[in-house]
Design a protein around this ligand. Structure first.
Ligand SMILES: [Zn+2]
Length: 53
């Protein structure tokens, strides 16, 4: 799964306060905004889908 040291430095890209993300199976979840980000091949995909561009 994901490296604990990597998880430590990950923060939600959608929240200004950059809260830490919590791993839930094959996703990283932000408790603040409720977004979840998929972990693909051990690499978290932190793209924010905002519908722009
Ligand atoms: Zn968030």
């Amino acid at each position: 799964m994901i490296e604990p040291s990597l998880l430590e430095i990950l923060a939600c890209p959608a929240c200004e306060t950059r809260p830490p993300l919590r791993q839930d199976r094959d996703e990283l979840k932000c408790d603040l905004c409720g977004r979840s980000f998929p972990i693909v091949d051990g690499i978290p995909n932190l793209l924010v889908e905002d519908g722009g561009e």
